[in-house]
Design a protein around this ligand. Structure first.
Ligand code: MRU
Length: 346
């Protein structure tokens, strides 16, 4: 990849600032956990797996900031740091998955001295990042098989290298198919209100010379009906035990349109995005973001001042609209509840 989404460097966390793309490629350095939490909340880094990596690195930074004489005090402060991370964004379960993983590894190493625990946490955060990259490549390899030669693939939001440690989930599938020499094209929904499609997906794909066409969200149905879309591939923020999938707002509309037009609709996600504690998508918490993201565009007001605004950042696509869920362990299809419990529930 020609960019690095996030990395641990010289005891700092370095992130590509996604709020500035595509205009500027700026890397921010963070040396304290609170500013990492703020970066997650402020969308400097976003996308479910990338948020998980950032939280793990934020906790590792926080562990270095703790001043404690006793293990009890250290673990109390570590728990407070984890709470700050957990309060950043509510929908992507990878955040909570990463926090739990960091807590578990700290607990398992309670017998070490405090610097030993700090070092274990640093190594674990780096492992979360490195594993995510390997997992995305496996998702890509598994998913490429469902992309036929000559396909036009529609994607929504950004589930690319920017949303992960690199390579991407949905865009990983597209990258892998392209790397296999398949002649494919991408249609990228702009993804109002935050424009992850226009600003980020298009930027990534153009860097890799993968042919991409930008459309507004409301054009997806038009192109599907004209027969110009072969399949849809999107990412996920949380997948319930029955396969219902939360992803960027507008994904549900794409899935319904795909079914109406008999177009396969795939979700690509790592196992860390499944939440088996939730029976169905009904229980997935949906983040409500600031009204300004809807009432303004690139800093300019596009609505009368004072208008009432709703801004749910995600929606839930019922499993019945999903053709297959592409994971690092293969493509799940058919009876999702059974397949998810077999593959993820072990
Ligand atoms: O609000 P965002 O930009 O964090 O939302 C991102 C998405 O909805 C992605 O599709 C999802 O996190 C999967 S990323 C591999």
């Amino acid at each position: 990849m020609s960019f690095r989404t996030i990395e641990w460097r010289d005891n700092k966390v370095v992130m590509l600032d996604q709020t500035k793309l595509p205009g500027e490629e700026v890397y921010n350095e963070y040396s304290d956990f609170k500013s990492v939490a703020e970066a997650i909340r402020g969308m400097v880094i976003r996308g479910a797996p990338a948020i998980g990596v950032a939280a793990a690195m934020g906790i590792a930074l926080g562990a270095r900031e703790i001043i404690a004489d006793t293990h009890e005090s250290f673990f109390q402060q570590l728990s407070n740091i984890c709470d700050v991370m957990a309060a950043t964004r509510p929908t992507a379960v990878n955040l909570f998955w990463a926090i739990e993983r960091m807590k578990r590894v700290a607990e398992a190493n309670r017998g070490r001295d405090l610097n030993g625990i700090r070092e274990i946490l640093r190594l674990e955060a780096i492992a979360v990042e490195e594993e995510d990259l390997r997992i995305c490549r496996a998702i890509g390899a598994n998913g490429a098989a469902v992309i036929r030669e000559g396909s036009t693939v529609l994607t929504h939001c950004n589930a690319g290298g920017l949303a992960t440690a690199g390579y991407g989930t949905a865009l990983g599938v597209i990258r892998a198919a392209h790397d296999q020499g398949k002649n494919i094209r991408v249609f990228a929904d702009e993804t109002r209100p935050w424009l992850q499609g226009a600003r980020l997906t298009v930027w990534e794909l153009m860097k890799d010379n993968i042919p991409v066409t930008l459309i507004t969200d409301s054009m997806a149905g038009y192109f599907m009906k004209k027969g110009e879309i072969s399949c849809c591939v999107v990412g996920a923020d949380r997948i319930a035990a029955n396969g219902d999938t939360a992803n960027k707002i507008g994904t549900y509309s794409v899935a319904v349109l795909a079914k109406e037009n008999k177009i396969p609709f795939y979700v690509a996600a790592p196992l860390s995005t499944f939440d088996l504690s939730l029976e169905s998508g009904e229980a997935i918490p949906i983040e409500e973001r600031h009204a300004r993201e809807v009432s303004h565009l690139a800093g300019f007001s596009v609505a009368p001042v004072g208008v009432k605004v709703c801004n749910p950042a995600f929606d839930v696509t019922p499993a019945r609209y999903i053709t297959g869920i592409i994971t690092e362990k293969g493509v799940l299809s058919g009876d999702f509840r059974r397949r998810i419990s077999e593959v993820v529930g072990k």
